[in-house]
Structures are given as structure tokens and as C-alpha cells.
Design a protein around this ligand. Structure first.
Ligand SMILES: [Zn+2]
Length: 439
């Protein structure tokens, strides 16, 4: 039956091109003899992929596919094909436009076909989003959010003004201060109009306001991304308030033990006072059987909130500490434990680096995948974290994230099997984005 349908499909596409309506020689690509790891099955299977223009037109595991004449054919004997990788936590606009373009080009060459920007200059992101989609720039497809926070954040933190140059952070559509008086319909409509996929709730938003802005975002068809903890609001209220993705494993759990509101970094008189508060939280002992932990991860699982772990960012400074230098590895260790426990409760884990590219050009999502496997994710689940789970977080699971007929041909061809060793995601032979081989 399957074969019959494939034949029908090919007959129809071939006759279509035969009458001269498409350029039949350049619109087909055949990837044959590779092991296809589609991210649906737990295993890879040897087969042939047919790409027509920007989409996967057929997948054949039974050698029964009649290949279109003139198709560009790659014999990939001994190679492995995975879905294009998505980095679910990047900030790409902290430099110039030229730098962002160069960084994104490196990223796609290293297998990243989609990025989720978690806060930057909306004007630049809108431009990059368009250019990546139409092929004017070479890089991953760009998805981004508008940052939503209480006015205190924009008044007290210098970072947002960096990406609002020429205007005022908190008053522009990509960096929006809200209070209970705000016209949330308008705030969300402006984010949507700019091309944002989601709102990102960052800081100083209370539980009721979180729920209101989240409901309004969903009503207008946007996703709700959030930090896992948004002082004064705790993770439990974030997931129950409708968060689709919650970022940063490092401090997710501990705040659940605080009675009442939790304190954000701007509510302290001094750095010492803040450090003491955090130390007290980190000293709380918990494991997977602790009531608060159980409740939180059960709720995240039920609400389908994805945990954007960002383990890589916690490794900063751990490797290059000088001798005798004291490095605070607390967040890293707590983060590892948190992801491990969340995974035990079947919370969906997404892969985000929070630092897409290092100065030497290394793309850090590959390292994030290694870290996820060290806390217990199977290799296939680590791959899913960077593909289908991240696609769900973007609301793009129908278009990307697995290797399936009809989805965009975003594919990475690897020289070695990532199911044997996850670090093989770095060992790349070819990358295809929207059906085009990346040079
Ligand atoms: Zn970030």
C-alpha cells in the first residue's frame, strides 16, 4: 500500500515536471543508502530520502522508489541523517548586524537549522528572520520573542537598553514593561505584528499578571516562553499559568520551598545580601521524592511545559579556572540534578545553549547535547531535545523537528552514528536547510 502511494506520488510529480512547469533537473535531491534517524523511532534505519524543492517528498525503506530523472543524487553509504538541530536559547543581536549574520552562517554550517532568540533587538531579529527564510542570508531560521517584565527591570538593569539603542527599553514592542494597568491586548498585538513567535516573561511579574498576559498571548496565537522562575512568581505558578517553555534548570526547584513571594535580584540592598539569600536556597536538601519536587515536575509534565535546561551556560568558568581559584559550581551541579530529576518525571527536556557561539567559532549546542546525556538522557532523547521538542516549543512541530514526508528538508548528514556517541553530531558531512545544501 505504502509503495503504491509512493508510486502514485512520483507519477504525479514526474508528469507535472514533464509538462515543463518546473525545472525537473534541479528541484529534486536524492539522499540514498544512509541510515535515517527520524527522531520518531528510537533507532535509525537504512533508506532513501527524496527532497523536492524545500520539502521531504518521500522516504523509502524498501528500495521500491523510482527516482526522478536528473535528480541530484548523493550516495551516503555509511552516513547518518538526523533532523536539522534547533538551538532553543540564543541571543544573537548583542553585536552588529554583520556579526549576527556571520555567527548565524557558522551555526548553520555546524548543523543548526533553527534558533530561538530569547531577547534581543527586535528590529534586527525581524530582518534576520526574513532574510533567513527567503535565503538572502545563509543561516538557521530565526524565531524570537518580545521580553515582558515589570518596569523595575527596565529601570534597574542596563542590559535591555543595549538592545533598544535609539529608543527606550520597556516602551518598544520587543522590550515591554507591563503592570496590572497595561493594555495587554495591545502589547501582545505589537509583538505579533513584529513577527515574534512568543512573549518571553522575564522578571517582576506576579502570578496573576503572568496568567493574564499568558492567556492573552495564547488567544492571539503566540507561545508563552518564560524563565523558570520569575520573581516574585515561582516555577509552579509559571507552569500552571500556561508556560510552553521554561528556561534555566539552575534555580528552578529551590524556590518551591519558599513560603510566599520570592525575591528577585533587584530587591536586595547589596550583592552580599543577594548571595546570602541564594546560598540559603541552595543549601536546601531535596531529592526526587521530596513533596515540592514531585508536585512541580508532575505539574510540568501534565501542563506539557518544556524545560529549556541551558546546562552549557553553567559550565562557563569551570574549565578555565586558574589554580587555587574558587569557582562557584553550585548552579551547574544543581542544574544537572534538576534536569536528571525532571527527566525521571518525564518532563520534556529542550536543548538550548544560552551562548550559541564561542569566540573560536565553536557552536555550543553540541556540548549541550553531551551534557544532557551525562545527566541520563538517552542519545535519542538528547537528539529529540534539539529537534522535535524544540520544534514544539516554537509551535513548529508540523513543519520541522523530525524526518517525515511533507516537512521542511532541514537535515544534517553525519559521518558517524550519534546514537552510539552523541558527540558525533559535530562530525558533519553535509547540512541541508529548506532543501538547499549549505556551502
Ligand atoms: Zn538567555
Amino acid at each position: 500500500m505504502k509503495t503504491f502511494i509512493l508510486h502514485l506520488l512520483l507519477i504525479s510529480v514526474l508528469s507535472f515536471s514533464a509538462v515543463g512547469q518546473t525545472d525537473s533537473t534541479s528541484s529534486y535531491i536524492v539522499l540514498k543508502n544512509a541510515t535515517i534517524i527520524d527522531a520518531i523511532s528510537d533507532f535509525g534505519k537504512k533508506g532513501t530520502l527524496l527532497i523536492q524543492e524545500d520539502k521531504i517528498a518521500a522516504i523509502d525503506y524498501s528500495h521500491s522508489l523510482t527516482l526522478p530523472k536528473g535528480a541530484i543524487t548523493y550516495d551516503l553509504e555509511g552516513k547518518f541523517i538526523i533532523p536539522g538541530l534547533i538551538d532553543a536559547h540564543v541571543h544573537i543581536t548583542h553585536g552588529t548586524l554583520k556579526e549576527a549574520q556571520a555567527h548565524l552562517q557558522t551555526a548553520v554550517q555546524q548543523g543548526i537549522t533553527g534558533v530561538r532568540d530569547m531577547g534581543g533587538d527586535g528590529r534586527m531579529l525581524t530582518l534576520l528572520q526574513k532574510n533567513m527564510k527567503i535565503g538572502e542570508d545563509v543561516g538557521p531560521d530565526v524565531f524570537f520573542s518580545t521580553i515582558i517584565a515589570g518596569p523595575e527591570f527596565f529601570e534597574q538593569d542596563p542590559r535591555p537598553q543595549e538592545v533598544a539603542k535609539g529608543a527606550k527599553a520597556g516602551e518598544v514592542s520587543w522590550l515591554r514593561a507591563i503592570t496590572s494597568e497595561s493594555d495587554l491586548r495591545q502589547v501582545v498585538a505589537e509583538a505579533k505584528g513584529m513577527g515574534a513567535t512568543a512573549i518571553k516573561v522575564y522578571l517582576n511579574v506576579d502570578k496573576d499578571l503572568f496568567k493574564q498576559v499568558s492567556d492573552e498571548a495564547k488567544r492571539q496565537g503566540l507561545k508563552v516562553w518564560s524563565h523558570g522562575v520569575v520573581p516574585p512568581t515561582k516555577a509552579m505558578d509559571i507552569t500552571n499559568g500556561g508556560a510552553d517553555v521554561m528556561s534555566h534548570a539552575g534555580h528552578l526547584v529551590q524556590y518551591e520551598f519558599v513560603k510566599g513571594d520570592i525575591r528577585g535580584r533587584h530587591s536586595f540592598e547589596s550583592q552580599e545580601e543577594l548571595q546570602a539569600y541564594r546560598k540559603k536556597l541552595n543549601d536546601i536538601a531535596w531529592d526526587e521524592n521530596t513533596k515540592e519536587v514531585k508536585q512541580l515536575f508532575t505539574a510540568m509534565n501534565k501542563n506539557n511545559s518544556i524545560l529549556d535546561a541551558t546546562l552549557f551556560i553553567y559550565t562557563f568558568g569551570l574549565d578555565d579556572a586558574g589554580e587555587g581559584e574558587e569557582i562557584d559550581s553550585t548552579k551547574y551541579l544543581v542544574g544537572m540534578k534538576t534536569v536528571k530529576t525532571a527527566y525521571q518525571y518525564s518532563v520534556k527536556i529542550g536543548a538550548g545553549s544560552d551562548h550559541m557561539i564561542s569566540e573560536d567559532g565553536t557552536i555550543n549546542l553540541h556540548k549541550e547535547l553531551e551534557l544532557l546525556t551525562t545527566v541520563g538522557l538517552t542519545n535519542i532523547d538528547a537528539l529529540r531535545a534539539a529537534t522535535i521538542v524544540n520544534a514544539e516549543g516554537l509551535g513548529e512541530e508540523k513543519n520541522i523537528g523530525t524526518i517525515e514526508k511533507g516537512k521542511l528538508a532541514n537535515l544534517v548528514v553525519l559521518n558517524n552514528n550519534p546514537l552510539e556517541d552523541i558527540s558525533h553530531t559535530k562530525n558533519i558531512k553535509y547540512v541541508f536547510k529548506r532543501g538547499k545544501q549549505i556551502e
